[in-house]
Write a protein that binds this ligand. Structure first.
Ligand code: ASP
Length: 304
């Protein structure tokens, strides 16, 4: 397992993002690695600008995830992993540290599923909507795209390779961000296309509050990536919060002990980003690699 822990920055705010734990760096050419690094840096900048100018943690995580959804190399929004039928079914969620949350599963019409999840939180009485209609997306003033917008040739090739078993294992990825703003508020957002070749209608941990996403002011904000079923069964994001809140476990210990207790016995792999109420960061994964962006002493790191 790889674990990175970074003390609070003096800036008065903190942002961490991830671009998934399903890829293997050795499979990427130096040019491809640079493409990922640039995409992560651009997304980091979008969120950090919000926080720097005094914006909310919620605005920051949404701005960050929007960039990653729009960037077709990441498994979220355009360029998402495809189902066994070759379609994109997108999941996303947001949660603010005051206990509010919104999520969508099997989303096909909103260009940015993260914004749709936010609308569910802010405009509806619900937390999770499955297969939200085009009319609903439009009525909330969000950009609508054709379902084909999300489908890219590299993802079609990846699906064909997984189906013909020339690419081993089930490939995944996801994007997410956690933030602490200058007012001390926490927020988390996560967005994904799920697992390559997943059954149509399969929903992973990303839109399940407490599994792939969780935030509670005064404690922690968490966003996860990895084999979604294990994150749901282990209520992983909430488990990290619970260990910190009820047992007083420090951030990194809570993340590591949750991976050991909930992922390892299920033979699942993945990665977690978390920011504590004091701005301390933890990035940890038991997958071979993980794309994540965070600042360490003023220097931006883009994978671990
Ligand atoms: N957790 C996502 C899912 O199961 C996939 C991933 O993060 O790689 O849908």
């Amino acid at each position: 397992m790889r674990v990175i822990e970074i003390p609070s920055s003096r800036k008065g705010y903190t942002l961490v993002l991830h671009g998934g734990a399903g890829g293997r760096l050795t499979e990427f050419s130096p040019e491809e690695q640079a493409t990922y690094a640039d995409g992560l840096a651009e997304a980091y900048e979008a969120g950090a600008n919000v926080l720097e100018s005094g914006g909310s943690a919620l605005d920051a995580v949404c701005a960050t995830v929007e960039k990653l959804e729009n960037n077709s190399v990441f498994n979220a929004g355009r360029g998402a992993a495809l189902t066994s039928k070759g379609e994109a079914e997108l999941d996303a969620s947001v949660m603010t540290g005051n206990g509010r949350a919104g999520a969508v599963a099997v989303s096909r019409h909103a260009k940015n599923p993260v914004f749709l999840a936010r609308k569910v939180m802010e405009e509806s009485e619900h937390v999770l909507l499955v297969s939200p209609t085009e009319a609903l997306v439009e009525s909330w003033g969000l950009e609508v795209v054709a379902p084909s917008y999300f489908v890219t040739p590299p993802r079609q090739q990846q699906l064909a390779a997984v189906r013909s078993e020339t690419l081993a294992g089930s490939r995944h990825g996801t994007v997410g961000a956690v933030a602490l703003d200058k007012r001390g508020q926490l927020a988390s957002a996560t967005s994904t296309g799920g697992m390559v070749n997943q059954h149509e209608g399969r929903v992973g941990d990303t839109p399940i509050i407490g599994a792939g996403t969780y935030a509670r002011d005064g404690v922690v904000a968490v966003s996860c990536t990895g084999t979604g079923e294990a994150f749901i069964e282990g209520a992983v994001a909430h488990e990290i919060y619970a260990r910190m809140h009820y047992a007083g476990t420090p951030l990194a210990d809570a993340v590591v002990s949750t991976i050991e207790a909930e992922l390892v016995p299920r033979e699942a792999d993945g990665g977690i980003i978390a920011v504590g109420a004091d701005g301390r960061i933890c990035v940890a994964h038991n997958s071979p690699d993980m794309f994540a962006a965070f600042e360490d002493n003023g220097t931006l790191t883009t994978w671990t």
